[in-house]
Ligand binder design. Structure first.
Ligand code: FE
Length: 210
């Protein structure tokens, strides 16, 4: 099998959020899509290892939030490379309850869904949700997964459906948290001490030379 073929499928960069006993939780999802228009339904695929998966199963509700190209990239870092089990991912971002679910202010648009069916695979659950409400918060360009990789130089979290084990780029200084490869003009050693990873917000000390 030529696994490069999978790179030709198109994806977005989304946040999927839910509640854990009243606490907002969420993770990054790249596999979300509209399934039908009447009634409007969306499907999202979440890894079994994502705490948000359990919360969506328990509550029966989830949101899908679309990120724009000009969004705060630390949204992707915080929601994509940490676990809601031991961290309040919403703590660093303004957010509101929108359509009964927690939605960060910095997203482009959001959909809130009630789970009407789900399908289990070996690693992921595909949730089918009926859309209860939706709104657009900004007119930015929706971020594609290709943009995330090519422009933000982002890496794939190991829990993502699109992760392939061989995706371990070379490069020089690499963020141990999110895999971001530093390629700025200033030599890495000369960056100020308070410089942080532009994707996940990790400090300089979390970078290693490869
Ligand atoms: Fe990082």
């Amino acid at each position: 099998m030529n696994k490069k073929a999978f790179y030709d499928l198109s994806y977005g960069v989304y946040l999927c959020t839910s509640w854990d006993e009243g606490r907002p939780v969420g993770c990054v999802a790249n596999s979300a899509m509209q399934i039908t228009s009447e009634p409007a339904t969306l499907a999202v695929s979440l890894n079994h290892k994502n705490h948000t998966n359990k919360c969506v199963s328990d509550t029966g509700y989830f949101s899908v939030c679309v990120l724009a190209e000009d969004c705060d990239p630390t949204l992707i870092g915080k929601f994509g490379f940490f676990s809601s089990k031991d961290r309040d991912k919403f703590a660093d971002f303004p957010w509101k309850v929108r359509g009964k679910l927690p939605v960060p202010d910095g997203v482009k648009c959001w959909f809130t869904c009630r789970v009407i069916d789900k399908m289990e695979t070996g690693t992921h659950t595909v949730f089918l949700g009926e859309v209860m409400d939706a709104d657009v918060l900004s007119d930015g360009t929706p971020m594609t997964y290709a943009y995330y990789h090519k422009v933000l130089k982002g890496k794939t979290a190991a829990n993502a459906p699109t992760y392939q084990a061989e995706e371990k780029g070379g490069g020089r200084y690499v963020c141990k948290i999110c895999g971001y490869v530093y390629d700025g003009k200033v030599p890495f050693e000369q960056l100020p001490d308070d410089w942080v990873c532009p994707v996940c917000g990790a400090p300089k000390s979390q970078f290693e030379k490869r």
